[in-house]
Ligand binder design. Structure first.
Ligand code: FCB
Length: 456
């Protein structure tokens, strides 16, 4: 990657996919409209005490009805790609079998209109909203869920493959296992740590079977997996803290990538789960290694950890870095970590095409004044992370695109609407949208292919 030959400072490649990301339950609203079935998030939000403020995704950004106007906003920013997810129970109300034509029509029209505006649809098949009908059969704790997922994926390739050529199977399987089954903070809210290895394995089997289904359809396009990664740093040089760091690293960063690229789970996990660690059949381990076209990486922060028998399941606790800047999620702002994870993936798993599929920050933005939302801290966050991405590109990482999380302020899972990640502000009472200053900043970055970033 070298485009300095034209005499200007190095920018990003011409083909770089500049995007923004969302997910279905977080923005669409109308989750039960036009024949859709409920998802585990619909049910979870109804359980008292689960979501801050008792919020739900019933309305969210009302994107299901306003998507045509929303695409105009994307075009105004100059996005080259839009990463969204398909709500499984909108297109297959029972999770299996019968398709719901109005649900499919929504995603078909969304993709068509994006393409008309020169915006590449980048679709995620599973962003956590399992059909409730499948949860009733055990959800991801049932090994058959891998087949249900692959059947649904195959249908989507057939129904939407004419317009959508970028697919990812799962969004952040680590959060699925950790949120849903380790801590229970996410739907379906079951804190049963010993289910984690089997759930992780079923997710990976479903992922691999979906990739095989994509290949079998023979359609043009690319398919990959999206994981969240963060550097784990030991709080001290004590061997106990270093071992704790390795356990945290194995659990979050290697649990899914080691089996996909290296064919085995990290030994640290087997040790931590002890007797609860299953014997996984060799043919399933081979299946999981089904080659993918790209890896998507969601990056937000790092974590500094120490050994703590009273800490999490792995005997690990986070050590907050009080001297650092933190976002409203209490996540440390640590831009160099983005470069580190990109380089680490290349070193450990090989030189495959990478996308930063999510990166962004929740801050308490000032109110709209004179039609503007002045979100300088978000601009600084994005600027510094884009510079880190640029550094990785210069070091030879095959980075093909970058997606801001998120296009809109939206439903931030158990935090409800309290955390605002958008580069477009949403007034949830009126559904009015306002491009924040960060959206204008991002528009300039896109238009100049990164040359507007300082010090590039
Ligand atoms: C990621 C999720 C996304 C959003 C951001 C803040 O873990 O993929 O839906 O919640 O975090």
């Amino acid at each position: 990657m070298n485009d300095e030959s034209n005499g200007s400072a190095a920018g990003f490649p011409e083909t770089f996919l500049w995007g923004a990301a969302t997910s279905a339950y977080q923005i669409e609203g109308s989750p039960l409209a036009d024949g859709a079935g409920p998802s585990i998030w619909d049910e979870f939000c109804r359980q008292p005490g689960r979501i801050a403020g008792g919020d739900t995704g019933d309305v969210a950004c009302d994107h299901y009805r306003r998507f045509r106007d929303d695409i105009e906003l994307m075009a105004q920013i100059g996005l080259r790609s839009y990463r969204f997810s398909i709500a499984w129970s909108r297109v297959m109300p029972e999770g299996r079998g019968r398709l719901n034509e109005p649900g499919l029509a929504f995603y078909r029209e969304l993709a068509e209109r994006l393409l008309e505006r020169g915006i590449q649809p980048f679709a995620t098949l599973y962003h956590w909203d399992l059909p409730a009908a499948l949860q009733a059969r055990g959800g991801w704790t049932n090994p058959d869920c891998a087949y249900w997922f692959a059947d649904y994926a195959a249908q989507m390739f057939r129904q939407l493959g004419e317009h959508i050529t970028f697919w990812s199977t799962l969004n952040e399987p680590w959060v699925v296992v950790d949120g849903a089954y380790m801590t229970g903070a996410h739907a379906p809210g079951q804190a049963v740590p010993h289910a984690v290895p089997r759930v992780a394995h079923t997710l990976l089997r479903g992922h691999a079977l979906a990739v095989q289904a994509f290949r079998a359809e023979g359609r043009p396009g690319q398919i990959g997996l999206v994981v969240n990664l963060e550097p784990k740093h030991a709080a001290s040089s004590d061997t106990a803290d270093i071992a704790a760091m390795e356990r945290a690293h194995a659990y979050m960063n290697r649990q899914f990538l080691d089996p996909v690229f290296l064919g085995s789970y990290p030994e640290e996990l087997a040790a931590a789960f002890g007797n609860a660690w299953p014997l996984f059949p060799a043919e399933e381990m081979r299946l999981i290694q089904e080659p993918i076209d790209f890896l998507g990486i969601n990056y937000y922060s790092r974590s500094v950890v120490c050994d703590d028998p009273a800490g999490d399941f792995f005997g690990v606790s986070r050590v907050r870095q009080d001297g650092s800047e933190h976002t409203e999620m209490d996540w440390e702002v640590y831009p160099e970590g983005l470069g580190s994870v990109l380089r680490w993936v290349k070193r450990r798993y090989g030189d495959l095409p990478l996308y930063v599929t999510e990166n962004g920050a929740a801050f308490n933005d000032p109110p709209v004044a004179g039609g503007r939302i002045v979100d300088d801290r978000r601009i600084a966050y994005l600027r510094d992370h884009l510079k880190a991405a640029q550094g990785a590109l210069r070091d030879g990482v095959d980075l093909r695109g970058y997606f801001v999380w998120s296009l809109f302020d939206n439903f931030e899972w158990s935090y409800g609407y309290a955390k605002r990640f958008g580069i477009i502000g949403v007034d949830f009472a009126t559904q009015q949208r306002v491009l924040k200053d960060s959206a204008r900043f991002y528009a300039e970055v896109i238009a100049s292919r990164g040359r507007s970033l300082p010090d590039l």
